[in-house]
Design a protein around this ligand. Structure first.
Ligand SMILES: Cc1ncc(COP(=O)(O)O)c(C=O)c1O
Length: 319
């Protein structure tokens, strides 16, 4: 395990190790966050790597067969956002890996680590990137990556490592190779404490709670005139508790403002650093208003959020 400041760093560090160049081919989903889309665009523009983003089906879920079909002899890597930070759609990552045969898969777990049991992921994934400040409940400025057996790596930065100090060459062993300079030790201590809490509580229990709240919210929201809820519906296990809505009567930012001012409900509006995901979901360029249900939210709060949407829709002439 190598630690760094966030999952964006982890993804960049991992991609750097693959030394992608002209003639190489990379597959990703079309629901990627800019933390993978921009590095992939950079290798395409600067190094001539062919990057192909696979569109999801109408339900927002990627079809593993598409990865089997599009895989080529030159395919070096699959990059996958495990769950969309826009629609909450949970991707069949393991099935995609199996369909693509021996092509390594890099999984961005920003929306799943800490919210979904991932115990078996290290048995089939090749690179797992994570951020500390979301479902893992740690402080900002923490994240990292896990590299499977035989995965290539190459430092993004070199310098002090606290090891082999007699040499001017940066260490070529993990984690030192990827951990140049002093780490955010206070943040990592916080992340360790959060991990203890998660393990004591049980990720399965956290998942059940978050999904119950998302279900209550989506049931209520789906009855609001003029409102669409993106991604798989209530009770569908192919989602996480990140739920985006689009209201005909208000822009995504106006809706976020009304929720905050009228009800004290904090959401995030706009494109969520994921323009491709909005294009694939039909919510581009206006974006959506996103609710995220966590372990410390209550059923009452989920119901209040749905009621707030109903009242706002009615105040704007629908409902
Ligand atoms: C799916 C996904 N990937 C990557 C990121 C980037 O996270 P970080 O800012 O920790 O690098 C986020 C968070 O915004 C995300 O939701």
């Amino acid at each position: 395990m190598c630690f760094g400041p966030n999952v964006t760093w982890a993804i960049n560090a991992a991609l750097h190790g693959f030394a992608l160049g002209p003639g190489d081919h990379v597959l990703s989903g079309r629901l990627e966050h800019n933390s993978t889309a921009r590095p992939l665009r950079l290798v395409r523009d600067r190094r001539g790597t062919d990057w192909e983003a696979v569109p999801p089906g109408p339900d927002g879920i990627l079809d593993p067969e598409e990865f089997r079909r599009r895989r080529r002899p030159a395919t070096r890597l699959i990059v996958l956002n495990h769950a969309s930070n826009v629609t909450g759609a949970l991707q069949p990552a393991r099935e995609i890996k199996e369909a693509a045969g021996d092509v390594p898969i890099l999984v961005d777990t920003a929306q799943t680590a800490g919210s979904l049991p991932l115990d078996d992921m290290a048995s089939w994934a090749d690179v797992i990137c994570f951020t500390g400040h979301k479902g893992l409940l740690g402080p900002t400025g923490t994240g990292g990556l896990w590299l499977g057996e035989g995965m290539p790596f190459s430092p993004l930065a070199v310098g002090g490592s606290g090891s082999r100090s007699e040499s001017l060459e940066h260490p070529d062993f993990l984690p030192d190779a990827l951990e140049a300079g002093t780490l955010n030790t206070h943040g990592l201590a916080g992340l360790a404490a959060a991990a203890e809490f998660l393990l004591e509580t049980g990720i399965g229990r956290i998942r059940d709670h978050e999904m119950r709240l998302a279900g209550i919210f989506m049931e209520g929201a789906s009855k609001v005139p003029g409102l669409s809820v993106l991604g798989p519906g209530p009770g569908d296990p192919r989602r996480v508790a990140t739920v985006s809505v689009v209201m005909e009567q208000a822009s995504s930012s106006d809706l976020a403002r009304m929720l905050e001012e009228g009800y004290g409900i904090m959401t995030r509006s706009g494109l969520h650093c994921a323009p491709m995901a909005h294009q694939a979901s039909g919510s581009y360029p206006g974006g959506s208003t996103r609710f995220s249900f966590g372990f410390f939210n209550t059923e009452e709060e989920a119901a209040t959020a749905a009621r707030a949407l109903r009242e706002i829709a009615a105040s704007r002439g629908r409902g």
